[in-house]
Design a protein around this ligand. Structure first.
Ligand SMILES: Cc1cc2nc3c(=O)[nH]c(=O)nc-3n(C[C@H](O)[C@H](O)[C@H](O)COP(=O)(O)OP(=O)(O)OC[C@H]3O[C@@H](n4cnc5c(N)ncnc54)[C@H](O)[C@@H]3O)c2cc1C
Length: 436
């Protein structure tokens, strides 16, 4: 059996890997495999073009990495410096210890914090008295404001989610983006109570995991094991039996096809095959992102760099939404005599001048950068907006009716690297099951 995989980001590559492992002949098509994932080394600094880590609590990426023989390359973040600053009133304020996303699990750090006023602190304390409720899908902003007040939306939910989803809490769906919290609301009424009850014993492991030589090494290892054709697919057509993939006027026949090219890519390819399905896929909006990475002589940066970095909430925002201090967050990635800053924005056109001048002001930087690199990712971040779970259920039901067609990737049931690997495993399993 031959399977064509359209899209060679982490999803498509890992799907082809698992298919190959099961003895299925799989070919990936992508003009630029890896998607946003890639590593570059400049002046001895290990830099990422896109993602720099993943959540350790989700096991699927790590499982794949170990299978690929890269287990000894796994590394956790430098949790001795695990602290995040939030810009408030032009000053860095520490994100209170014990916060799990928007839920406080420790009293004193919240009371002592200058990130919130007393109104929000009191609301956080009283939140434990809520009664269980099941509410319809609603935005993250509505959900968080309901539980903790509007200040928690502006100074917690917005900057935290903007960096992960590249979207606004006014649009993102609470059940899709914060499913555990919605479950706690239904079960206990209170998100704080649910979080405290579910609190896991400290494992001693870092929250974030990565690879010592960069996340790009995962893509390199997959590319060594998977057949890749570096071309864009122009069309997908149902054949009498199976599917034809068209590239530059040439047709390639496959028994089954996996679309791992984003819901936006899948919508375009499927519109002649099933217009209704393409319409549903096209309803998942996308945003883009840009990362400016600046390197400096350490002596030119007059800040202790005693944290993983900072977040900039919308009321305070200029050109930078979030900034990671690479040498503080990861050991072994930045030589001691340098400081490297990774500045994230959902404005793909943010200029070097704007990002650099903001960075210089906030971190009291006196010299010019040794290097500055930009990686732009337009239309790369699917938005799980209100109604997402219903939309995905409809998409899945429709795809299930089409023989030999599968969808996988970050647009459906999870955006992080581990979720992408999980969806790739599921597609490979379904294909394997279809031939037994
Ligand atoms: C800047 C940035 C930072 C991120 N940071 C993190 C992080 O720190 N941790 C984390 O877990 N996640 C992070 N993510 C999310 C994560 O990286 C993505 O969700 C994941 O890489 C998506 O993988 P994918 O294979 O589903 O899609 P993609 O990587 O988008 O791959 C889709 C591929 O399809 C190809 N394609 C499209 N159309 C066609 C066609 N017609 N023919 C052939 N190929 C086609 C494209 O070229 C692309 O390579 C980040 C994302 C971005 C953009």
């Amino acid at each position: 059996m031959k399977v064509g995989v359209i899209g060679g980001g982490i999803t498509g590559l890992s799907c082809a890997y698992y298919l190959g492992k099961a003895g299925v002949d799989a070919t990936v098509f992508d003009p630029a495999p890896g998607g946003p994932i890639g590593t570059v080394i400049i002046e001895g600094c290990i830099l990422e073009t896109g993602p720099e880590s993943w959540l350790a609590a989700k096991p699927w990426a790590e499982q794949l990495i170990r299978e690929l023989g890269l287990g000894d390359q796994l590394t956790g973040s430098n949790d001795a410096k695990r602290r995040t600053y939030v810009l408030r009133g032009g000053r860095f304020v520490t994100l209170p210890d014990g916060l799990q996303m928007v839920a406080p699990t420790k009293v004193m750090p919240v009371i002592e914090s200058s990130l919130f006023g007393w109104g929000t602190k009191i609301r956080m304390g009283l939140e434990i008295f809520r009664n269980p409720k099941t509410l319809p899908d609603r935005s993250v902003a509505e959900f968080v404001a309901d539980h903790f007040g509007p200040e928690a939306v502006d100074y917690l939910a917005e900057p935290l989610l903007a960096g992960v989803y590249g979207g606004s809490p006014d649009d993102l769906s609470a059940p899709s983006v914060l499913p555990k919290f919605v479950e706690y609301e239904q079960k206990y009424g209170s998100v704080v109570v649910g979080t405290m009850r579910d609190k896991r014993k400290p494992t001693g492991r870092s929250i974030f995991m990565s690879l010592k030589q960069g996340v790009g090494t995962l893509i390199d290892a997959l590319l060594e094991r998977v057949q890749v054709v570096r071309n864009r697919v122009d069309a997908v057509e149902a054949a009498e039996s199976g599917w034809n993939i068209r590239i530059k006027g040439q047709s390639h026949h496959f028994d089954q096809v996996v679309l791992a090219c984003g819901s936006n890519g899948a919508a375009k390819l499927l519109s002649p095959v099933d217009a209704e399905l393409a319409g549903l896929l096209g309803e998942i909006p996308y945003t883009g992102s840009s990362i400016w990475t600046f390197g400096y002589k350490r002596t030119d940066v007059h800040h202790p760099l005693d944290a993983f970095g900072f977040l900039v909430p919308k009321p305070e925002r200029g050109a930078i939404m979030a900034c990671t201090w690479l040498g503080s967050k990861w050991l072994g990635r930045v030589p001691d005599d340098k400081a490297v800053f990774r500045c994230f924005s959902t404005d793909v056109d943010v200029t070097r001048e704007a990002a650099q001048s903001e960075l210089h002001r906030l971190l009291r930087i006196s010299g010019e950068p040794i290097f500055a690199v930009n990686h732009r990712w337009p239309d790369s971040m699917p938005q799980y907006t209100v109604g997402h779970s219903v939309r995905v259920a409809e998409i899945e039901a429709r795809v299930a009716e089409i023989q030999g067609l599968y969808l996988a990737g970050n647009a459906y049931n999870g955006i992080g690297i581990p979720d992408c690997v999980k969806s790739a495993m599921a597609a490979a399993d379904a294909i394997r099951a279809s031939v037994v």
